[in-house]
Design a protein around this ligand. Sequence first.
Ligand SMILES: Nc1ncnc2c1ncn2[C@@H]1O[C@H](COP(=O)(O)OP(=O)(O)OP(=O)(O)O)[C@@H](O)[C@H]1O
Ligand SMILES: [Mg+2]
Length: 219
Amino acid sequence: EFVSMLSHDFRNPLNTILLCSGLLQDKEEQLPKEKKLVHFRLIRSAIKNMAQLLDEVSLISKADSGKLLYQPNQLDLKGFCHQLVEELQISSKNNHQLVFTSQGELREALWDERLLRHIFSNLITNAIKYSPTGGTVLFELIAQTECVTFRIQDQGMGIPPEDQQQLFQPFHRASNVGTIPGSGLGLAIVKQCVEAHGGEISLKSQLGEGTTFTVSLPY
Ligand SMILES: Nc1ncnc2c1ncn2[C@@H]1O[C@H](COP(=O)(O)OP(=O)(O)OP(=O)(O)O)[C@@H](O)[C@H]1O
Ligand SMILES: [Mg+2]
């Protein structure tokens, strides 16, 4: 059933491809060459990302572990986060402003890019989805000696205290979501990925004020 959970995360790259190719088609004449190149680059990376997801699915079924595997590799972490924010900014159709900042000195380390992508794309798309149009979503990377801390902060609807404990369970949605669509699977995937990375996740939220998710990954 974990495999079917992963199909949840195919939606993001598909969305990117749909939007970017639509833009390239509709604005064929007006778009400057550099902009076109950016969109082509985003399409290619979304396709690469989908191919990775497929590999992941077949790996999990082969390993028959029903669990995500941790496969660390050399990665430019800042560059990766930057590009992810660029992708999600396009998918958000500019209704929200995504801001990425980083502080501290990052040393070279190994990361599992696929796990990171599950974690941050779900947290950032939630931050967008559960906050009003025009809102700002902050994505911070803080490099420390033993771990890297990531914070995703929004100024949205917040999460009622009584729902906060259960959010990481599959299909659980908070009582204040109203008509905002969702399956309640995103955070369950995030949690598994954070654990596969040996990290921790926590949240702070104030109803009507906003929510901050904090992810700490050792390195
Ligand atoms: N940034 C946020 N602000 C407010 N509520 C949030 C936020 N992130 C998550 N939630 C709450 O946590 C619930 C679970 O989130 P999760 O991402 O697992 O599912 P979902 O967004 O409802 O659906 P999907 O499967 O499409 O991601 C949400 O339904 C929402 O109630
Ligand atoms: Mg979600």
